[in-house]
Write a new protein. Structure first.
Length: 173
């Protein structure tokens, strides 16, 4: 079995970078046929996944947050399996499919040694999506958006309470 890890080293305030080191250790200790591909910019995980040749003996792992999962899912050619190793700040999608909180090294080992589980995803036009809905306050894709992650809980609460009347008027709440 070949294991390809697409890692966002900036995910989770540096957790992705630490995950890459743990993955390298796991590959070496267990003599795995594995490689790590680090992303350097937004959108690259999708490109890296698209470059992988379909092979039933290959598993591609998205190592990062919900954005990294989305990118890998959208780049993945048919015929490849995908694993998820969460290293983001929220890890909403992973928490939906697995509620256990494990140390990363244990989660990595169990994921590699475990049995595949089928999980549905949706598709709209040419975009695939996993089950994740947000208000957009958790994703920083443009310069300056990282300010959101530095807001205090009180500021986020004020943002939310300020948006409730708009949502209520449209019937969305």
């Amino acid at each position: 079995m070949k294991h390809i890890f697409i890692v966002n080293p900036t995910s989770g305030k540096g957790d992705g970078k630490r995950a890459a080191a743990a993955i390298q250790k796991e590959i070496e200790q267990n003599h795995l046929d594995g490689e790590i591909r680090l992303t350097e910019y937004a959108g690259q995980a999708q490109q890296l996944a698209a470059e992988i040749k379909p092979d039933p003996e290959t598993i591609v792992y998205a190592v990062g947050g919900d954005g990294t999962i989305w990118e890998v899912l959208n780049g993945l050619p048919p015929g490849l399996r995908m694993g998820i190793l969460p290293c983001g700040t929220g890890n909403d999608y992973y928490r939906m499919i697995d509620q256990r909180k494990l140390p990363f090294a244990q989660m990595l080992h169990e994921t590699i040694q475990g049995k595949p589980v089928e999980v549905d995803f949706g598709q709209c036009h040419h975009w695939r999506f996993h089950n994740c809905t947000t208000l957009g306050l958790d994703a920083g894709q443009r310069p300056g958006d990282q300010i959101i992650s530095e807001l205090s809980a009180a500021a986020v609460f004020r943002l939310w309470t300020g948006s409730r009347p708009v949502c209520a008027e449209t019937g969305a709440v």
